[in-house]
Design a protein around this ligand. Structure first.
Ligand code: SAM
Length: 172
């Protein structure tokens, strides 16, 4: 389980300010590092929903949120993204995808449904398509399909960050 690089922490402050975030969503909670950073970045009125498929990781994250006084603002939703996303309602200002990239294509209808114009989506784990740490991992076709559909979708504008191999999309 690899949490995001701490050097990325200011990204969430920028995105929270840009979107006036009140609701944020993460797929792939891990032990809760980025969800905690997102909640802090959004301030006391911001709530984070974070989806985690591994029950042990979900448990550790919930304990960490409790210890840091964040459990009122961060909800851990147990299950895989493709099972949990269809059950979510309302709009999120910021979405972070950081789980199994092979599911990403199935997320696209939910990304449309769960965002509003101006919402930002950050997608991690694009490395298997571009090289670097994930170049030998499976799932390149899923990433290609996801990015192609996102880039062509008139409801999004997307930038793939070279070297980091994250994408940043804005809902228009
Ligand atoms: C890279 S770690 C997440 C790190 C976390 N986002 C952070 O920056 O602190 C990936 C996590 O996603 C979970 N995961 C992988 N695929 C998933 C899926 N399809 N749905 C939900 N969780 C998933 C893994 O169990 C793991 O805990």
């Amino acid at each position: 389980m690899f949490p995001s690089d701490p050097l990325q922490a200011p990204l969430w402050t920028v995105l929270a300010s840009l979107t006036h975030a009140r609701r944020m969503l993460e797929v792939g909670c891990g032990h809760g590092y980025t969800a905690a950073v997102m909640a802090s970045a959004g301030g006391p009125d911001c709530h984070v929903d974070t989806i985690e498929g591994d029950p042990h990781h979900a448990e550790l994250a919930e304990q960490a949120f409790l210890q840091r006084g964040l459990s009122r603002r961060i909800r851990v939703l147990r299950g895989r993204g493709q099972s949990v996303l269809p059950k979510l309602k309302g709009r999120y200002d910021v979405v972070f995808l950081d789980g199994d990239w092979r599911e990403y294509p199935s997320y696209i209808p939910h990304l449309r449904r769960l965002t509003r114009p101006g919402s930002i989506i950050v997608t991690a784990n694009l490395n298997p398509l571009f090289g670097g740490w994930g170049s030998s991992l499976p799932g390149r076709q899923a990433i290609r399909s996801y990015l192609t559909r996102l880039v062509r979708d008139p409801q999004f504008r997307t930038y793939v960050v070279p070297g980091e191999w994250h994408s940043i999309s804005v809902r228009v």
